[in-house]
Design a protein around this ligand. Structure first.
Ligand SMILES: CC(C)(COP(=O)(O)OP(=O)(O)OC[C@H]1O[C@@H](n2cnc3c(N)ncnc32)[C@H](O)[C@@H]1OP(=O)(O)O)[C@@H](O)C(=O)NCCC(=O)NCCS
Length: 177
């Protein structure tokens, strides 16, 4: 990536833009109300990212932390912004924040057909720990979900040091450029 992406903690007020990004990137988009509802919970956070310094969102990752574990609820980057490092930056930031909220491990599910996401997860330290048969269904087609896990004990703020992490709200009000 030529310039470091800008990342910040979003909130309920971002639900509309999150829903639009989601609809553009995933086959089963969530309604805006789902983002409002999830982001009303203290255990859920969203990291939003932009390729430029204009704070125009190009992607986000939504995470829930409960009882020492974190789970990626959904994650996407707009097609026009892909393959520039934003997805990796968002995932790294989410792992750091989850570790800072006392999560010892991060879990996620990925379709067996999603080569791009699977490759990203493998490169960032996730390991397959299970499989849910026919978890994703689209019409007559079904695909297994691969369950992946990453221990967060090694996560440290250094992971995001290069990504100009800029938090606009919340307790993590640090700006690094
Ligand atoms: C998965 C996704 C978030 C990746 O975002 P991104 O910004 O393009 O990712 P990055 O540029 O940070 O790429 C990081 C790594 O991901 C992998 N990757 C990304 N796009 C890829 C592609 N088209 N094919 C294969 N690997 C790919 C590569 O390993 C890449 O590492 P590299 O740059 O060293 O080759 C994005 O493709 C996306 O939003 N997809 C649709 C929604 C989705 O699948 N979400 C995840 C659901 S589990």
């Amino acid at each position: 990536m030529s310039a470091a992406p800008h990342l910040w903690l979003g909130g309920r007020e971002d639900a509309g833009v999150l829903a639009r990004l989601h609809a553009g990137a995933l086959v089963d988009p969530w309604p805006e109300a789902a983002f409002v509802s999830l982001l009303s919970r203290s255990e859920v956070f969203v990291v939003v990212g932009a390729r430029t310094d204009q704070f125009l969102p190009d992607g986000f990752i939504l995470v829930r932390t409960v009882a020492g574990e974190a789970e990626v609820l959904t994650f996407c980057v707009a097609e026009s912004a892909r393959k520039c490092g934003l997805g990796r930056a968002l995932l790294d930031a989410a792992c750091c924040i989850a570790a800072g909220r006392a999560s010892g491990e991060m879990f996620l599910e990925v379709s067996e057909n999603n080569a791009a996401a699977f490759s990203l997860y493998q490169k960032t330290g996730f390991v397959a720990v299970g499989r849910r048969a026919a978890y994703y269904r689209h019409g007559l087609l079904a695909a297994d979900a691969i369950v992946m896990r990453k221990p967060l004990s090694d996560a440290s703020p250094d992971i995001v040091e290069g990504h100009a992490l800029s938090f606009r709200s919340g307790t993590e009000s640090t700006k690094r450029n």
